[in-house]
Structures are given as structure tokens and as C-alpha cells.
Design a binder for this molecule. Structure first.
Ligand SMILES: NC(=O)c1ccc[n+]([C@@H]2O[C@H](COP(=O)([O-])OP(=O)(O)OC[C@H]3O[C@@H](n4cnc5c(N)ncnc54)[C@H](OP(=O)(O)O)[C@@H]3O)[C@@H](O)[C@H]2O)c1
Length: 381
């Protein structure tokens, strides 16, 4: 189903505008995809951050309709997602995949809601802000989207989880010295592919330990042995030989840093290349990031900038060989950064001063999805 009103355009419905003016201390919140990995984390994050939830509408597929879900000591019943579920909803948090967002996101906006969408459906649409609150919160205001009486409903997109984690760690350095080139390799957890992928990793691990192999293994999600193995990211391969996840990181970074609207010649945008790999870790992505800067930057300056960066924790203990691990980041809000070092390849050729390497871990269900979306919602209230 589609809407006749472009995304982000103000609602013309007088009663919904009046309702927006009446908003007091709580908001009517809908979660689309509440039974999924991100949906469940939405509930945790909203409760932990004492988000002003008034009415709560929990939506998923027909398969989950009738399931009972607890939130803040109260039991709610999951309802099937249908077009009429968004009446009087102020804030709709979407995490049910791109096709669901494409169909129902505009319907929710038409009904007067602000949608924060976790899928890739709208990320690269021109008038949809793509937000990491620590990086470009001001883009929401610029789009005029919000819950205030003089603001309009609309869609705000959450970036890809690997992009968010990278942005939190790299932006403080980019602001200081300008990233000229960035080469990233990711080590992505099962949970990035949803609840069923986590289940498959657990099942396969048990099967391999029980002596099964090859076709005997349960491989419905990835079609490959995942336990005790790793493989190139499962997103679709593009014509240029990069997969979709890798190209999302490139394009989204340019949009979040504002290069697409900057007037800067494309040849002078930061050059970015990624290799995304799925590793048999249950939760939290890791990334190795090699950075070249326009202005001087070294490990000392990088560490001091990251020490005071919002959303960043440093684990960088060379003496004890202790650096960020997915287990450090699991369930945590911050992105963990370590292995902060001068790029020896640049030091050897050009002398130190413009190249730094990082190793980063972040919980992609939390900061890479649910937490980032709730932080966006907090900017609206
Ligand atoms: N996992 C991550 O780390 C992560 C990070 C960033 C962004 N995202 C994005 O967030 C979205 C959800 O990811 P996830 O990992 O949470 O996936 P998931 O665990 O597979 O959950 C999918 C959710 O979507 C619901 N759903 C599926 N088909 C539906 C339909 N026809 N109508 C209504 N609801 C439907 C499912 O409901 P049922 O249980 O009823 O099937 C479930 O609640 C995806 O777009 C993903 O790309 C995920």
C-alpha cells in the first residue's frame, strides 16, 4: 500500500495536529517487529532510559499475534501489523525489515506519527534524515520533523549497524583532521542477521560438537557452516564486487557526514572501502579501521580526542594485550575503541603524522539499532 502524501510533508489533518499540541508527559508508542532481536531490545532500552511511554502498541506478523510480552511490569498482547494500527500513535519504532517499512512507514506518517526506521528502506532518500545522535542530530531539526506543534511527522532513518558503530568512533577524529581515506574490515555477529540467525549459530554449534558436518547441519539462514567458521557477509553481491553491506557503509557515511549536501567535489569526498565478514560471535560487531587524514593526526591526539568523545569507551592496554572484544560491548551502550596506533605502513613511507589504525567493538542490536533509535526519539521529546 502506498500513500499519496510525500514522506516528511506536514499532516493536513486538523485533529491530528491538535492532538500533537496536546502532548504532555507521555507519548503513544508503537513498536513494529517487537518479537525480533531489535524489537526486544527496544523494550529494554525504553524501560532502562525511562522513555515517557504512555500507550504502547506492540506489532509483529500474524504469526506472533496474541503473544504476551512484559514491559515495565505490565503485560501486553502482540497484535498483527495492519494499516489501521497507527491511529493516535506519536512515535513508531520500526524493525521488521525493509519491505514492511516501505509499506507501513508512510501509513504511520500519514496517521501523524514520527517513524524511526531501522531498515535500509529510506536511508538514502534525500529528505529523510539519517541520524547518529552523537554525530548529526541537527539534521532532524533541519528536516523539520518532530513531535512539537510546529513540527511535522516524517521518517527518520537509523543507519546500518556497522555504519553507526564506525561513525561513533571515527567522527571525533574526522572533525579534528578530516578523513581522506578509510579502509574498514568488519567482524559481524550472528545477531546482526536477527533472532533466527542467533538460533542457527547455537543449533549448529551443538550439532558440530556432536559430530555432525556438511549437509547434516541446520543452515536455513546462511546456507553455510557458521559454527567454527566465518564467511563474507551474506548481503547481496553488487556489480562492483562489493556486497550490499559494504556499499551501505560507504554511502551512508558520506550522507551522515553531509558530503552529499556539501557542494564538495565528489573526488574530494573521503575515499572509503569496506570488507564485511560474518563471524561466529553471538552479539556485538567488531571493526578494524585504517584511517588516513587530510591534516596531522597521530595516536596520541587520536587517543585524547576519543577519551572525551560521546558514546566512546577506550580499552587500549598494550602492556597486557587487552583491547576491545565483542563480549566487552555486548549489552553496553558505548562503542569500545582500542589498538589506537600510528599506521606503520604510512610511517615507513611518509613519516608518521597522517595515518592511524583503530579496533572497535559495538553492540549492534543496541547502539547499532535500538539504542540509536531511542536516542533519536529522545531528541524529539
Ligand atoms: N539485528 C540487528 O543487529 C539489526 C541492526 C540494525 C538494523 N536491523 C534491522 O532491523 C530490522 C529487524 O531486524 P531483526 O534483527 O530484529 O530481525 P528479526 O529478529 O528477524 O525480527 C524481525 C521482526 O519483524 C517482524 N516481521 C516479519 N515479517 C513481518 C510482517 N509481515 N508483518 C509484521 N511484522 C513482521 C517479525 O515478527 P514475527 O516474530 O511475528 O515473525 C519480528 O518481530 C531489519 O530491517 C534489520 O535490517 C537489525
Amino acid at each position: 500500500m502506498s500513500t499519496t502524501r510525500p514522506i516528511g510533508e506536514a499532516v493536513g489533518n486538523a485533529s491530528s495536529v491538535a492532538a500533537r499540541g496536546k502532548r504532555d508527559s507521555t507519548l503513544s508508542v508503537a513498536i513494529v517487529g517487537v518479537t525480533g532481536a531489535v524489537g526486544q531490545e527496544f523494550l529494554n532500552v525504553l524501560a532502562q532510559r525511562q522513555f515517557p511511554v504512555g500507550e504502547l502498541r506492540l506489532l509483529a506478523s500474524a504469526r506472533s499475534a496474541g503473544k504476551q510480552v512484559d514491559y515495565n511490569g505490565k503485560t501486553y498482547t502482540v497484535e498483527e501489523l495492519t494499516a489501521d494500527r497507527f491511529a493516535d500513535v506519536d512515535l513508531a519504532l520500526f524493525s521488521a525489515g525493509g519491505s514492511i517499512s516501505k509499506e507501513y512507514g508512510p501509513i504511520a506518517v500519514q496517521a501523524g506519527a514520527v517513524v524511526v526506521d531501522n531498515s535500509s528502506a529510506f536511508r538514502m532518500v534525500d529528505d529523510v534524515p539519517l541520524i547518529v545522535p552523537e554525530v548529526n542530530a541537527e539534521a532532524i531539526e533541519a528536516a523539520g520533523i518532530g513531535l512539537g506543534i510546529d513540527e511535522k511527522p516524517g521518517i527518520i532513518a537509523n543507519p546500518n549497524c556497522s555504519t553507526i558503530i564506525m561513525m561513533v568512533a571515527v567522527t571525533p577524529l574526522h572533525r579534528a583532521a578530516g578523513v581522506k581515506r578509510m579502509v574498514v574490515s568488519t567482524y559481524q555477529a550472528a545477531s546482526g542477521a536477527g533472532a533466527a540467525a542467533m538460533q542457527e549459530l547455537e543449533t549448529q554449534t551443538r550439532e558440530v560438537l556432536a559430530g555432525k558436518s556438511g549437509k547434516e547441519l541446520t543452515d536455513d539462514i546462511f546456507g553455510l557452516q557458521y559454527a567454527f567458521n566465518l564467511f563474507s557477509h551474506n548481503s547481496p553481491m553488487q556489480d562492483n564486487g562489493y556486497n550490499q553491506e559494504e556499499m551501505k557503509m560507504v554511502h551512508e557515511t558520506h550522507k551522515i557526514w553531509g558530503f552529499d549536501a556539501s557542494g564538495v567535489d565528489k573526488k574530494d569526498w573521503p575515499a572509503i572501502a569496506c570488507t564485511c565478514v560474518r563471524v561466529p560471535v553471538m552479539r556485538a560487531h567488531a571493526e578494524s579501521i585504517n584511517l588516513e587524514f587530510v591534516k596531522p593526526m597521530d595516536e596520541v591526539l587520536a587517543k585524547s580526542l576519543l577519551k572525551s568523545a560521546p558514546g566512546v569507551s577506550i580499552i587500549d592496554d598494550r602492556a597486557n594485550n587487552r583491547f576491545p572484544m565483542p563480549l566487552d560491548a555486548s549489552g553496553m551502550d558505548d562503542v569500545f575503541v582500542g589498538r589506537i596506533r600510528n599506521d606503520v605502513s604510512r610511517a615507513w613511507r611518509d613519516g608518521a603524522g597522517h595515518g592511524v589504525e583503530l579496533f572497535v567493538c559495538g553492540d549492534q542490536i543496541r547502539k547499532g539499532a535500538a539504542l540509536n533509535a531511542v536516542q533519536i526519539a529522545e531528541l524529539l521529546v
